[in-house]
Each structure stands twice: as C-alpha cells, then as structure tokens.
Design a protein around this ligand. Structure first.
Ligand code: ATP
Ligand code: MG
Length: 394
C-alpha cells in the first residue's frame, strides 16, 4: 500500500501540514525538535494502534487546541481509500472512506511498521516489550485479535481483584475463582495459539533476513516461551483449555499468596536465539540491533504474505545507527513499499537511487527536493525517472 496524500492538523507541534509523498523513499530532515517524529507518529496512528511512544492521548493534540486531525488518502487492496482520525478530549474517532468507523477498524486496513531508536529495547528489555511487538504485529494481520486481547486483560484484572479480596478476607469461597479460570483458559488458549501460529509464519522470514544481515554467518531462531508448558500451536482447543485450567489449579496457592495471576499469556515471552544462544542475555549491541531490525522486516513480510500489501515503512532516526550494508538495504530501492525516513540532515543518502526530500521546521514542511534517479550497478545509464504510479480507482 502507499499514501498518496497526507493531511495533519493540530497534531503535536504540527499546525497544518499537507504532503503528497513519493511512492518510494521520502526523506524528512530537520533539526532536533522540529516535528520529524511527530509526523511519523501521525502516520502510524492511522493503523488504529496506540502510539509507539509512551504518551497520553491528550498530549497528541497541539497545545491550546481542542482537537487534532490526521487524514490520509492511500492506495490499498486495489483501490484508493481514505482514513481519518480525529483526536479530541483524550479520545479518538475514526472514519474510513467517508463513513464513521471504530478506531480499531483502521487496523488491518492501513498498514505501517515503525522502526525507532527505542527498538533496541525490544531485545534488551523485559518480556513485555516483546509481547507488545507480537500483539501489535498480530493485530495488523488479524484485527479480531485486538478484541480477544482486551477481553483477556479485563479477565485478568478481575481475577486479580478477587485474589486480593481473598487475601484480605480468607472466608471467601475459592470456588468463586473457577468462573474466572474458565474465561481465562478460553481466552488464554486463543491468544497463545494465535501467537504461536504467527511465530510459525514469522520465523522463516526472520531466519532468511537475519542470515542476509549477518552475511550468512549467523542463524536466528524464534521461540515462544509459554509460562504454561505444552505443545502450543499443535494442541487443539479443548485439550489446550484443559491444560491451562490444570495449570491454573496448580498455581492457585501461589496466586492466592501473591494476589495476582502468576501464569498465562501475560507472563509469556518471545525468545530470540542467535546460533542457539539468547540474544537478550548474550548478544552484542550489533547483534541485538540486527535482531530488532529483523523482527520488524519479517513483520513486513508477513503483512505482505497475509494481506498482499507492503506496509508503509517508517524509519524514525534510525539510519545513522545502521552500518552501511543495512542502511543501503533501505535506501537502494530494493526494499518494497513506501518509506518515510527521518533524520537530522540529508548527508548519508548517497545510495538513494530516487526519492524526495523535505525539510521540516517548526512543524511545517519546506524545501521539497527530488533526488534524481541514478543508475544502479549493472543498469544502463540514462533511464527516465520513475513517475509515481497512478493506479485506477476501483
Ligand atoms: P529529534 O531530532 O530530537 O528527534 P524531532 O524533530 O523528531 O526531534 P519531535 O519529537 O517530532 O521532534 O517533537 C517536536 C516538538 O513537538 C517538541 O519540541 C515537542 O515539545 C513538541 N510537542 C510535543 N507534543 C506537543 C503538543 N501536544 N503540542 C505542541 N507541541 C508539542
Ligand atoms: Mg525525533
């Protein structure tokens, strides 16, 4: 998919911005604090997911303004479409192709994958980051997953409240927990199963990409680490739910002692192994960065496989962190799909074969420049520049 027009109003420090992006590489450059990440964040929010920044909803609207708006015309699934997001009073509202829609309906209709400097924490930090990666990635290709996940969070919250009440009041009947255990088993099975099935799709792409990044020297493998032992991904629903119920019964003493649910998908992890060794515990900085990059690139491949669309790729300030080989991978035009790349200056874009650069200053765009097409190695010189593709609307 690709964005043909982007309009932003009163979002963060952006008062009003209109952009007709290039089909391929779009470079947004400018000094610190000018609005580069804000622009990337605005595009990402059109996926219907939460921001990749730790932020409060109310902070998204430009200070002093009542509401903000992000809209994009985009070409996806063979036709021109339009997504719109309105931010007001700490809440979001959406519309899709002119009709009001739940914000979650944008998920699975508008695809984007973001790479930002915080991505290293995906490998280095605790399991919650990796669960968030998995959950976000699954949601884009399986939008109903979002609902199951929200139900799971609610059930765990209620079960935990009951556990705390039981600690305070030991006369409460333990049988009360069984109602929550049954709901928890059903939802946990759905989530674990979806995560394992997603990983089975992601793993071959991740292996291939990592092999390429490491020059064929290292092998990456992904493993779902479930807090409840079992052949997950292969167990049927009834058997899986029974296994979870059994595990919950086994951990009840611990749960009652701690006042929270100690087993379940909210405690699971995704393990990344480089040549069989944990990248989190033993990986070098470079290996960890390669792993993070690989996960995101593999996510793009799964979106393409499932939805038949290449997501919009948002590279926020990460290019300077990559070595030349990895940087060229993005800039050479070999990467399918539309790219938005932010950076402080335009230096270092020698390998961009064609694209457009914009300067951003105080939340406004200026100085659009076309990067002329230069011949790739082995290609005869003097080819005409590639015009932006114009597909017919359905
Ligand atoms: P860097 O190169 O340092 O990453 P950047 O260009 O990516 O900078 P942004 O993160 O996009 O900068 O932020 C630009 C400015 O937006 C910041 O100075 C920030 O204070 C401001 N900002 C954030 N939220 C709001 C808001 N709700 N209203 C107005 N300005 C805001
Ligand atoms: Mg930034």
């Amino acid at each position: 998919m690709r964005i043909t027009r982007l309009s932003i109003r009163d979002f963060r420090n952006i008062r009003e911005l209109e952009l007709e992006p290039w089909d391929g590489v779009n470079i947004i450059y400018g000094n610190n604090a000018q609005g580069k990440t804000n622009l990337v964040e605005a595009v990402y929010l059109l996926t219907g997911q939460k921001s990749f920044r730790q932020t409060r909803e109310g902070d998204l609207v430009r200070f002093g303004q009542p509401r903000g708006e992000i809209a994009a015309r985009f070409f996806c699934q063979g036709r021109e479409q339009e997504a719109r997001l309105t931010l007001e009073g700490g809440k979001r509202a959406a519309s899709l192709n002119g009709l009001p829609a739940a914000v979650g309906e944008l998920t699975g209709r508008f695809f984007a994958v973001v790479f930002s400097p915080t991505e290293l924490s995906l490998i280095k930090d605790g399991p919650s980051q990796r669960r968030a990666f998995l959950d976000g990635a699954i949601s884009q290709v399986m939008p109903r997953y979002v609902r199951t996940l929200a139900d799971l969070t609610r059930v765990i919250f209620q079960r935990n409240s009951l556990l705390s009440d039981m600690i305070r009041n030991p006369s409460l009947d333990e049988a009360l927990l069984e109602v929550w255990d049954r709901s928890l088993a059903r939802l946990s099975y759905s989530i674990i199963n979806a995560r394992c099935r997603y990983l089975a799709r992601l793993d071959p792409f991740a292996r291939e990409i990592y092999r390429g990044i490491s020059g064929g020297k290292e092998e990456l493998s992904l493993k779902y680490q479930c807090s409840i032992p079992g052949e997950w991904g292969r167990l049927g629903e009834a058997e899986g739910e029974a296994r979870i119920l059994e595990a919950l019964a086994g951990s009840r003493r611990d749960d009652l002692k701690n006042g929270y649910t100690t087993l379940g998908p909210h405690r699971d992890d995704l393990e990344l192994l480089v040549d069989g060794i944990s990248a989190r515990a033993y990986g070098s900085q470079g290996q960890q960065r390669s792993c993070a990059l690989t996960l995101k690139l593999a996510e793009c491949r799964v979106i393409r496989e499932v939805a038949g669309e290449d997501p919009v790729i948002l590279l926020d300030d990460v290019l300077s962190e990559l070595d030349k080989t990895r940087r060229d991978y993005f800039l050479s035009g070999l990467m399918p799909g539309q790219l938005f790349i932010t950076c402080c200056d335009r230096a270092g874009f020698g390998s961009v074969r064609e694209g457009v650069t914009w300067r951003i200053k105080e939340g406004a765009l200026a100085g659009k420049r076309r990067l002329a097409k230069r011949p790739a190695r082995g290609e005869p010189p003097g080819q005409p520049p590639r015009p932006p593709t114009k597909e017919k609307t359905a």
